[in-house]
Design a protein around this ligand. Structure first.
Ligand SMILES: Nc1ncnc2c1ncn2[C@@H]1O[C@H](COP(=O)(O)OP(=O)(O)OP(=O)(O)O)[C@@H](O)[C@H]1O
Ligand SMILES: [Mg+2]
Length: 325
């Protein structure tokens, strides 16, 4: 359904610097599957997701290469008309920051209705209303009629995030891209929304890209996992296997940094150092200056993504194991 091959992206910084924010990424998302994307803040998760829906402001893109194929449509060379048809109807995007993605001057109902009429101009009012109510219910509004005539500023942060989810689901897209969709939502509602999103995948055979810095949430919702670090894909494969036995030292560090509910009082282990800026990455492996296992080769050369097993790839000269089942 979605094939990203050898995709690289350079953006222009506000001071004119060229920023290599995505480097040679290849990822495939199958129908009825959820790909989780994890990685710390600034690793390029959102820019990759926005590239799939061609949503990055044109002025900020310096260069793109590789291919992004969505169900036969070549995103990097598609016309604006093709992309408009794709967005909303085939690809639904749940944005990380609802306040910037929503129109502050329109009620929740009007914003969702605008999407429906843009793609189905001949919809009757009753049809559109039925679609909108269903989407709001699926997004966790138990009494949608109470809130649908509110403006974004009249909703709580969590409600705005749910409104974004409703906007993304209303046209029943084939691919849902969810960028940190549950960060502003309390734990109980988070569970409800994750199970609704999972249902969308399993019952309706939709695909999903689910971005989160929270590996616990990713573990619950995704089949496949892609771990990003400084714009590079460092490890990818089946979520449960990777999280049980990470092969890349960065994935292992992320797993150790995961807070756990344990009896004894014990803090998770933080990763020393910081993510390098896109134009200040080390010459060798992007993680080499923070990695406990880095050797001379790691600092001198950039490794390439290599197969551990048929469905497990790792971008490391010295993976922690050779592929466990
Ligand atoms: N429009 C833009 N112009 C220039 N640089 C950008 C733009 N958008 C993002 N960047 C840069 O691209 C890099 C990746 O940013 P991105 O927003 O994808 O990170 P992220 O992994 O989604 O982080 P977070 O977890 O905080 O959401 C960062 O260095 C960021 O500063
Ligand atoms: Mg982001």
């Amino acid at each position: 359904m979605l094939k990203i091959d050898n995709f690289s992206l350079q953006l222009k910084g506000s001071d004119g610097r060229i920023l290599p924010v995505i480097e040679k990424v290849s990822l495939h998302v199958k129908k009825g599957c959820c790909l989780g994307i994890a990685g710390e803040s600034g690793s390029g998760k959102s820019v990759l997701a926005m590239s799939v829906a061609a949503l990055l402001p044109r002025g900020s893109v310096h260069a793109r290469s590789g291919t992004i194929d969505f169900d036969g449509c070549q995103i990097l060379t598609a016309s604006e008309a093709e992309l408009r048809h794709l967005r909303g109807r085939k690809v639904g995007f749940i944005f990380q920051e609802p306040m910037t993605a929503m129109n502050p001057l329109m009620t929740l109902y009007d914003q969702i209705a605008e999407t429906v009429y843009a793609h189905f101009p001949a919809s009757s009012r009753a049809d559109a209303d039925a679609k909108i109510m269903l989407a709001l219910e699926r997004a966790g509004f138990s009494e949608p009629e109470k809130f649908m005539h509110s403006y974004p500023h009249q909703l709580s942060g969590g409600m705005r995030q749910r409104a974004m989810i409703a906007m993304a689901l209303v046209l029943e897209p084939e691919l849902i891209i969810a960028d940190e969709p549950t960060t502003a939502i309390d734990a109980a509602l988070q569970v409800q929304l994750l199970s609704e999103l999972r249902q969308q995948i399993e019952q309706h055979k939709r695909s999903m890209i689910f971005i989160s810095h929270d590996l616990g949430v990713i573990r619950a919702v995704s089949d496949q996992l892609a771990v990003f670090y400084a714009g590079c894909l460092v490890e990818t494969g089946i979520t449960s296997r990777i999280l049980a036995a990470p092969a890349h030292p960065y994935t292992a560090d992320l797993v150790s940094a995961l807070p756990r509910l344990v009896n004894e009082r014990k803090l998770p282990v933080s990763i020393a150092g910081t993510l390098p800026a896109p134009d200040k990455k080390p010459k060798g492996c992007v993680y080499s200056d923070r990695c406990h296992y880095a050797q001379e080769t790691c600092r001198a050369q950039r490794p390439a993504l290599a197969k551990l097993t048929d469905d497990w790839q790792v971008n490391c000269f010295y993976p922690l194991h050779k592929g466990l089942v």
